[in-house]
Design a binder for this molecule. Structure first.
Ligand code: PRP
Ligand code: HPA
Ligand code: MG
Length: 176
């Protein structure tokens, strides 16, 4: 699809938000030993890299890979688990780290899957939230930016695998 992109959230704004989110997460987990941060590949990689370096104490990171979008702009609702976490999460404090919640299908599936493994606690952090697009309700504990119903790219987020390397978040504008 022919399109252009336009900056929506600058790298500086993202940095400020990361400081704010990390302060809230650090306060929430101040008495927790060995927090496990679980990122969803590939979109959360950049956010995870920047966020985990702001978290205090003993922190472990792990990744899952689930995919529902392929190269389209709509959720297939059929969320596939392509790679599971390596850690045993039973009895652990687990924070799922996601780049974006749109329909909620991805996080709903991942949350349910991890919950069945008896973590001590399970919370969710997302950099971006698009509540207008929600198809399933997912409780989110830490939200960076609430954004309108626009397709976004950058800072780890792709359109057909492009733009993950942008240091800022941009909206995709379809062209004739
Ligand atoms: O709330 P939802 O409607 O489920 O959409 C959000 C998910 O979609 C995107 O991932 P995608 O499946 O495209 O894979 P990617 O992270 O590898 O880009 C995004 O990174 C979220 O994980
Ligand atoms: O806005 C988006 N951008 C990229 N991937 C996505 N997956 C769900 N929503 C989006
Ligand atoms: Mg993703």
């Amino acid at each position: 699809m022919k399109h252009t992109i336009e900056m929506m959230i600058s790298a500086e704004e993202i940095n400020r938000k990361l400081d704010e989110l990390a302060a809230r997460i650090n306060a929430h987990y101040q008495h927790t030993d060995k927090l496990l941060m679980v990122g969803l590949l590939k979109g959360s990689v950049v956010f995870m890299a920047d966020l985990c370096r702001r978290i205090n104490g003993h922190v472990e990171i792990d990744f899952m890979s689930v995919s529902s979008y392929g190269s389209t702009m709509t959720s297939s609702r059929d969320v596939k688990i392509l790679k599971d976490v390596q850690s045993d999460i039973a009895g652990r404090d687990v924070l799922i780290v996601e780049d974006l919640i749109d329909s909620g299908n991805t996080l709903n599936k991942v949350r349910e899957m991890l919950r069945l493994r008896d973590p001590k606690s399970l919370a969710l952090c997302t950099l971006l939230d698009k509540p207008d697009r929600r198809e399933v309700d997912v409780p989110v504990d830490f939200v960076g930016f609430t954004i309108p119903d626009e397709f976004v790219v950058g800072y780890g987020i792709d359109y057909a695998e492009q733009y993950r390397n942008l240091p800022y978040i941009a909206r995709v504008i379809p062209q004739e």
